[in-house]
Write a protein that binds this ligand. Structure first.
Ligand code: UGA
Length: 435
């Protein structure tokens, strides 16, 4: 099939490369001309395991990029992969979705002029961006119809096909999905997109547009709920002197629960969970329902960074003038992404209280520098730990598991671990955030 991908961010570039690998002709459309040039040079716009190899293999052959929408009309499917960031009060910002809908509509209208007939070419628009229920039907369809002068379900199709890709494992997750969800306006649209996923060997859910949109939110909200649940239990365990990792290991062996996403600690960050849970809360409240559980999920998550700073304050008897080493700045391991990283509120609280922060992350120093230009960044854990009054561990990097003698360079060997990655040693004052 001939496929267009609109937006070459993390979802767009992974989808493009993986579909090219499956044998399809893929054209990436991005309004950012610099990104287009990079893609055409075989350089993926993001760092993601396995992505560069796929780009190098397919670029100039099955994979290309352009900066305008003209070729879209000749393709079978266009995937919308633009960002839906948070606007005020947690609502999602649909401006990129609206702009893409407008440009697709305009391009489909031109198609009519070129072909004088729309009946041979049933273009299907597939929404991969995370959008709150009813967005495809109530926001996108009217815009596309207006600009194309065509009718959804008759002249063009639309489906919602959410992604379930984890950063750092996105290529793997694309090719090994647990399920594929296709929400369709009409059967014909669903059939076209279902063909793409033939042979994936996992359950394929065909449903309507808003159910598919909700499946994405409910999935992320449930995973976030598991983490906040693990943190709530962890905070109780801490008071009782129980290791919550032992508890959750046994709890997760119940097949109805599963062991995943039960690691207690500093909480969840990233560009998805905080934004998506907030957006779902906002949508619910707009409809007149107050989702108490989801609000608590966010409250627990916001409480974890405060707990780690309080623990540190108690241990040091005050933070003013203290030198605090922060190990880990990325929102999770194996990424340089610092969006909504739990290290951000921690560093903010520490600097507000007059502490001096000395940070180290194996990949995210540069990105955190644009958030906090005035703290010190180091090129190794040992450098950051030198003469520190205490250390906080904020990201679950494997590299930190191997730390051993490095702690000897600290002034006070106080280590508070927000991720259970450090191996406790006799000569350090080690404390876990919730174990
Ligand atoms: C998440 C989902 O896992 C993907 O399925 C989804 O497609 C994606 O959001 C999205 O909506 O696009 P991602 O944001 O890459 O993927 O990150 P996760 O690996 O899920 O981790 C999120 C956060 O939860 C991290 O800060 C991590 O440290 C934290 N976490 C995770 C815990 O604190 N405990 C756990 O047990 C698991």
């Amino acid at each position: 099939m001939n496929i267009c991908i609109i937006g070459t961010g993390y979802v767009g570039s992974v989808t493009a490369a993986c579909l090219a690998e499956l044998g399809h002709g893929v054209l990436c459309i991005d309004v950012d001309a610099e990104k287009v040039d990079r893609v055409n040079a075989g350089i993926p716009p993001i760092h993601e395991a396995g992505l560069e190899e796929l780009f190098q293999k397919h670029i100039g052959k099955r994979l290309r990029a352009v900066a305008d929408y003209t070729p879209l009309a000749d393709s079978d499917i266009s995937f919308i992969c633009v960002g839906t960031p948070s606007a005020k009060d947690g609502e999602i910002d649909l401006s990129a979705i609206k702009a893409a809908s407008r440009d697709i509509g305009t391009s489909l209208r031109k198609e009519d002029r070129q072909r004088h007939s729309s009946s041979e070419n049933y273009h299907v628009i597939a929404v991969k961006s995370t959008v709150v229920p009813e967005t495809a039907r109530n926001v996108m369809v009217p815009i596309i119809e207006k600009y194309s002068q065509k009718k959804a379900g008759r002249d063009f199709g639309i489906v919602v096909n959410p992604e379930f890709l984890r950063e750092g494992r996105a290529v793997h997750d694309f090719t090994n999905p647990d399920r594929i969800v296709i929400g369709e306006l009409d059967k014909r649209s669903g059939e076209v997109v279902a063909q793409l996923y033939e042979g994936f060997g996992c359950p394929l859910i065909r449903t309507d547009l808003k159910t598919a949109e909700m499946i994405k939110y409910a999935s992320n909200a449930f995973l976030a709920t598991k983490i906040s649940f693990a943190n709530d239990i962890g905070n109780i365990c801490k008071e009782l002197g129980i290791d919550t990792y032992d508890v959750m290991h046994a709890v997760g062996l119940d097949r109805r629960i599963s062991p995943s996403f039960l690691r207690a600690g500093a909480g969840f960050g990233g560009s998805c969970f905080p934004k998506d849970v907030q957006a779902l809360i906002h949508k619910a409240e707009e409809l007149g329902y107050r989702p108490k559980l989801l609000r608590s999920v966010m409250d627990v998550n916001e409480g974890q960074p405060k707990r780690i700073v309080r623990m540190l304050e108690r241990k040091l008897g005050g933070l003013a003038g203290m030198k605090i080493a922060i190990l880990g700045l990325a929102f999770k391991n194996d990424t340089d992404d610092v969006r909504e990283s739990r290290a951000i509120p921690v560093i903010k609280m520490l600097t507000d209280k007059g502490a001096k922060v000395f940070a180290y992350d194996p990949a995210a120093n540069e990105n955190m520098h644009s958030v906090f230009p005035n703290i010190r960044y180091h090129s190794s854990a040992k450098d950051a730990l030198k003469d520190a009054d205490a250390c906080l561990v904020m990201t679950e990097w494997d590299e930190f598991k191997k730390l051993d003698g490095e702690f000897k360079v600290m002034k006070n060997r106080i280590v508070i671990d927000g991720r259970k990655v450090i191996t406790p040693r006799k000569d350090i004052d080690y404390e876990g955030l919730c174990w």
